[in-house]
Design a protein around this ligand. Structure first.
Ligand SMILES: [Zn+2]
Length: 71
């Protein structure tokens, strides 16, 4: 497996995602740290909210969808 789980770009070392999706994943994790304390939501609840928020970027939304579909 040499391509990103989501798109066909080459994945980066230490990740199953390409640089775009890996950056989006890192942003998701950082965002969750803040949401978890502020709202007390679970990781899955957070991801579901993210996918339904219109302001969410395309890369981030694709990563959230990918994680949710793999649960
Ligand atoms: Zn990708």
């Amino acid at each position: 497996m040499t391509s990103c789980k989501i798109c066909q770009r080459k994945h980066i070392d230490g990740s199953t995602y390409c640089d775009h999706h890996h950056t989006a994943y890192t942003n998701l994790e950082e965002g969750y740290k803040q949401w978890r304390y502020a709202l007390g939501v679970s990781w899955v609840e957070y991801l579901e909210k993210i996918t339904k928020t219109s302001g969410t970027g395309r890369w981030v939304k694709e990563v959230a969808d990918d994680i949710l579909s793999g649960l």
